[in-house]
Design a protein around this ligand. Structure first.
Ligand code: GLN
Length: 603
């Protein structure tokens, strides 16, 4: 097993996650099997309790782990499926050591950070690195480890100490450290400043870690002078210094690394010459270029709660991008704060109200993502009603599905007091209820989490066709509430179809309005399994419906026996190549508000 550690210096938010994912991708494209570990030095055991406002979305894995969003990037770039243990936190490590101490396993010794915490970290890394994550038996060839935070943080000290020991333990030739740092341009002359990077490398060395490769974030490529200085003062060969300069979209980062021969530097450090080949990234390159050339717009209104922070809906945005690139459309996401659609806002802040409604009315499709708590629920109900009545393509995810069902029950069944017991525990007509898999009395640990199976009730519905008419699908969940089975017959009689259910038939997984161009709600989160080139079927359906291509997509997908969607619209390499040739627009930076900014990269 070979290890590539990615650390960060100078400031946070440099894009370590994207760099780690991109390294994984080029190694995989070189014929190696890869896995990934994210180290988060915080004390939360997992990301489940952390606010999306502070930390961005909580990513959910197949095994139900609630983890840092970087694991989502690893899964998407490397096309792997990680486990709970691939996200190490201080909380997990300390808990492990304290539990061991309570059992008396340390035989009376004084339990200390060194060696007990540091040993636990090393054992954890070694154990987890050997778990297969690409569906094939046996361990991967290379494990990419990302150390969260910035060198110098107090929290990360035990990890740095452990990783220093670890590099020694696995031996040279098996450990490669890539240090991601910042080279700012501070004065009017535009000089690239190397001092912050020099300091951070010195600090790294002082703590026992020797960087092999420097990946410098800067606005433009490093000039020779800056590179020379870095090489001299950091004692790193010039060919091992790469620049991660600004690119139009993050799919270019692996290409940037490849073009600067980062893979060759890694192969050399890890003695992989002769084992790994030149990375073949033809398909990836096509897609990255196609992404820049898209110009016909598709506008999706995202009606949510955390609209100030695009990272809070990262996987949703990614899934929308994957689907739009497939449909050869340029995605515009119009963020609508749900409360701004409510009548109360019309009085308190008429401008915000008008602006929100203008966006909703201008949208080609509406998406209501997952969420918790009752803020903005009324606004989301209004948005679902608008989409239903005006035949605008609609996708409701988790809370979004529950909202759509509450709205339908109120407006179509005429049950005006219908509600979810999440928002009104004493609701007279509880159409969405607390349906935990475990205890009904304890909230802690009652979330239905991770991969669960959904069985299609008919092949003759849009969702089954989009998924390639398979009998069942496995998607990831994260919720406590569900549609009340007692309402299902009445709702179905009124025209709402429950086209996907769990194996007991009691849990409603997919709801559709057959007479609507595209109105689908799902209890699961399809966004977590979307990949570049393999968009989530339901996102593809939404975008295709929003730009008038749904029939074409359905014709293709309904004949597939798996979700091999690649030929559905145009994501196969030859079609994209043809598109790239035809496209007349020059690559351009997208407006920030459309793509947000992920860890310093525009996406
Ligand atoms: N709050 C809802 C529930 O717990 C929806 C959760 C979600 O959207 N992830 O069921």
């Amino acid at each position: 097993m070979k290890y590539v550690l990615v650390s960060g210096g100078v400031v946070s938010g440099l894009g370590k996650g994207v760099t780690a994912s991109s390294i994984g991708l080029i190694l995989k494209a070189s014929g190696l099997r890869v896995t990934a570990i994210k180290i988060d030095p915080y004390f939360n055991t997992d990301a489940g309790t952390m606010s999306p406002f502070q930390h961005g979305e909580v990513f959910v894995l197949d095994d139900g782990a609630e983890v840092d969003l970087d694991l989502g990037n690893y899964e998407r770039f490397m096309d792997i499926k990680l486990t709970s243990d691939n996200n190490i936190t201080s909380g997990k490590i300390y808990q492990f050591v304290i539990d061991k101490e309570r059992r008396g396993d340390y035989l009376g010794k004084t339990v200390q950070v060194v060696p007990h915490i540091t040993d636990a970290i090393q054992e954890w890394i070694e154990r987890v690195a050997h778990i297969p994550v690409d569906g094939k038996p046996g361990p991967a060839d290379v494990c990419v480890i990302e150390l969260g935070g910035t060198i110098g943080d107090i929290e990360s000290m035990p990890f740095i100490q452990a990783l220093g020991q670890f590099s020694y333990r696995v031996g040279s030739g098996n450990f490669c450290l890539v240090h991601v740092s910042l080279v700012p341009v501070v004065n009017v002359v535009g000089e690239q400043k190397t001092k912050p990077t020099q300091h951070s490398v010195r600090r790294l060395r002082g703590q026992g870690l020797t960087p092999h490769i420097l990946a410098c974030r800067s606005t433009t490529a490093l000039d020779e002078n800056a590179k020379g200085k870095l090489s001299q003062f950091c004692m790193i060969r010039a060919e091992n210094i790469v620049t991660l300069y600004d690119v139009p979209n993050i799919w270019h980062i692996p290409l940037l690394l490849r073009d600067q021969k980062a893979h060759e530097a890694i192969f050399k450090v890890l003695n992989l010459n002769g084992v790994a080949r030149e990375p073949s990234l033809e398909e990836w390159t096509c897609r990255a270029e196609a992404y820049d050339l898209l110009h016909e717009p598709v506008r999706i209104a995202l009606v949510g709660k955390y609209t100030d922070l695009s990272d809070a809906y990262l996987s949703i945005l990614k899934a929308l991008v994957h689907a739009s690139v497939d449909c050869q459309k340029k995605l515009f996401v119009d963020w609508i704060l749900a409360t701004n659609l409510e009548d109360a806002t019309a009085k308190e802040n008429p401008d915000a109200y008008k602006a929100a409604w203008k966006l909703l009315k201008g949208a080609d499709g509406v998406l209501i993502p997952g969420g918790f708590g009752d803020r903005g629920v009324q606004g989301k109900i209004i948005a679902a009603k608008y989409a239903r009545e005006n035949r605008i393509p609609f996708l409701g995810i988790c809370l979004g599905m529950q909202i759509a069902v509450v709205e339908f029950t109120r407006s179509v069944l005429g049950v005006h007091d219908a509600n979810s017991t999440e928002f009104d525990p004493n609701a007279k007509s509880p159409v969405v209820i607390f349906m935990p898999e475990g205890s009904k009395t304890h909230m802690g640990g009652t979330m239905r989490l991770g991969s669960r199976r959904t069985f299609f009730q008919t092949k003759d519905c849009k969702s089954a066709k989009l998924y390639g008419c398979k009998g069942f699908i496995d998607e990831r969940h994260r919720h406590r509430y569900e549609v009340n089975p007692d309402f299902v017959v009445r709702l179905e009689n009124a025209g709402l179809s429950f086209t996907g259910k769990d194996e007991t038939g009691k849990r409603m997984e997919i709801v559709e309005l057959p007479n609507h161009p595209y109105f689908i709600g799902v209890q699961f989160h399809p966004e977590f399994k979307s990949r570049p080139g393999k968009p989530s079927p339901l996102f593809l359906g939404l975008i295709a419906a929003a730009c008038g291509q749904l029939d074409t997509v359905l014709q293709h997908t309904s004949n597939l026996d798996s979700c091999g969607l690649s030929k559905a619209v145009g994501t196969d390499v030859s079609t994209i190549k043809a598109y790239n040739k035809k496209a007349v627009m020059k690559p351009a930076y997208r407006p920030e508000y459309v793509y947000g900014s992920l860890n310093g990269y525009h996406f």
